[in-house]
Design a protein around this ligand. Structure first.
Ligand SMILES: [Zn+2]
Length: 467
């Protein structure tokens, strides 16, 4: 029996690990590798194994770096089932369709140039019909329910508390008279995150594949997030500008809305119009409302106690569904709050809101998520001016703020608490750290060593280990 790491190995994207018992081959996640365009395209298109040889996929959650290459897998000949929670399956429909449209548009842009140069055009990585085909392979299970994805493999999903429907995976493997239990953490959430339940500790295991994104960082308490929002909202009301919040459509948008709703209910939010302006975020919010089985007790109680029974909506909040309504915001005078995507300001409607409303000191841009290097979000956060938006130079005069208290990932202490919980439940003899930059992985590995972990490994891509 062995495990091989194909992605999220000493990096944070492209989560993909293959468990091979000699009898069955089960793939854990099939994420999109996100990096420089050409390298990323080649790597995502050329899967490092024969897709038809995989018996099943068990999917931890719907983020694209975990699920985003499933259409390529099916397109390359995979015939098995993709097991996940029902909420993850519904989120995948939205996320993968959106991704397909991005893939198609990306290639359109590149091909325009290739055509001029007389070169053959590229094909998109996948298109909407490939997403449909992949969705046909989904099989859904409840948390805690046991299922058999492949011969000699019994599996179970536990709530990872990271995003709606997210799971840690436990696999009981048996082949050739040997038995092994393997736990894959997926992405681990945090205690006390709004909407979601706290992470559920998987049972002990012989070997653990564990994420390590924030292996070296302790987060600000999540409770700070609400205060920060209130202060920013009050400021733009005073100044008559806009509070512009770039946010990822899945997770962060709903979290911000939920916190605004709490402020509204407590009478602490100034009476100001709020718009959620991202078509994907609006559809994803519908999925949140369809999956109350994933809500935590506080969210359910909010629903029962509020007069409108809607924890993701309040009187002054509008979900923008059509383009005209979005464009109308361009000429509207403040104050107002706009939550829009993409989270790093790389594309999407956030661009026209920044162009129209971030050019005055009366406005505030509030970053609630990580801004990767070279993105427009990072440039604005670093105060670089002017910045280029739609090919034109734009002077950002708005007040720029950043809230560190938002993160759907466990911080260092929370990761260690999770590892303690798994270890207490059994004797783990190997820890494989994935989904992290090397320095944060090394820092977490040292802490695990100190706690007496038997063996801690930071696998490189394509490395293979006996279980
Ligand atoms: Zn994730």
């Amino acid at each position: 029996m062995h495990i091989q790491f194909f992605g999220a190995a000493r990096e944070v994207t492209g989560s993909m690990h293959l468990v091979d018992t000699g009898r069955s081959r089960v793939l854990l996640d099939c994420g999109l590798y996100q990096g420089r365009r050409k390298g990323a395209f080649e790597r995502n298109r050329n899967l490092p194994f024969d897709a038809a040889s995989i018996d099943a996929v068990v999917l931890s959650h719907a983020h694209l770096d975990h699920a985003g290459n499933l259409p390529s897998l099916v397109r390359s000949g995979f015939r098995g089932n993709i097991w996940t929670t029902s909420a993850s399956a519904d989120l995948c429909r939205q996320m993968l369709m959106d991704s397909a449209h991005i893939q198609v548009n990306d290639v359109k842009y590149v091909n325009k140039r290739r055509k001029k140069q007389g070169r053959t055009p590229f094909e998109p990585l996948y298109e909407p019909q490939h997403v449909e085909a992949a969705l046909d392979h989904f099989r859904t299970v409840d948390y805690g329910e046991s299922f058999n994805p492949a011969p000699g493999v019994s599996a179970r999903l536990d709530d990872a508390g990271h995003i709606l429907g997210s799971a840690s995976v436990t696999l009981d493997l048996s082949a050739g008279g040997r038995e092994r239990r393997l736990v894959f953490s997926g992405d681990i959430g945090r205690k006390g995150l709004p909407i979601l339940r706290d992470p559920v500790m998987p049972p002990g295991a012989d070997a653990v594949i564990m994420e390590s994104t924030y292996g070296s960082r302790v987060h600000e308490p999540a409770s700070e997030a609400k205060r920060h929002l209130r202060v920013c909202a009050e400021r733009v009301c005073r100044e008559g500008g806009y509070l512009i919040i770039p946010a990822f459509s899945l997770g962060r948008t709903q979290e911000v809305v939920y916190r605004l709703n709490q402020l509204w209910e407590a009478g602490e939010l100034p009476r100001v119009p709020v718009w959620v302006d991202s078509p994907l975020a609006v559809r994803v919010t519908d999925v949140f409302n369809d999956h109350r089985e994933c809500w935590d007790e506080e969210m359910l109680e909010t629903m029962r106690n509020e007069h409108d029974g809607d924890p993701l909506g309040f009187e002054t909040l509008t979900y923008v569904r059509d383009v005209e309504q979005s464009k109308a915001l361009n000429d509207r005078k403040g104050p107002g709050v706009i939550i829009s995507a993409s989270g790093m300001c790389e594309a999407g409607r956030i661009l026209h809101h920044l162009r129209n409303h971030a050019t005055t000191p009366a406005s505030t841009v509030l970053f609630v998520g990580y801004q990767a290097e070279h993105t427009l979000g990072r440039k604005i956060l670093e105060g670089r001016n002017p910045v280029r938006i739609y090919g034109r130079e734009v002077e950002i005069l708005a007040n720029v703020e950043r809230a560190d208290s938002y993160s759907a990932h466990a911080g260092r202490n929370e990761l260690l608490a999770w590892s303690d919980g798994v270890r207490d439940a059994g004797s783990v003899n190997s820890w494989f750290l994935v989904h992290g930059e090397l320095d944060s992985q090394q820092s977490l590995a040292a802490a695990l060593d100190e706690r007496g972990a038997a063996r801690v490994v930071i696998p490189e891509r394509l490395q293979k280990f006996e279980l």
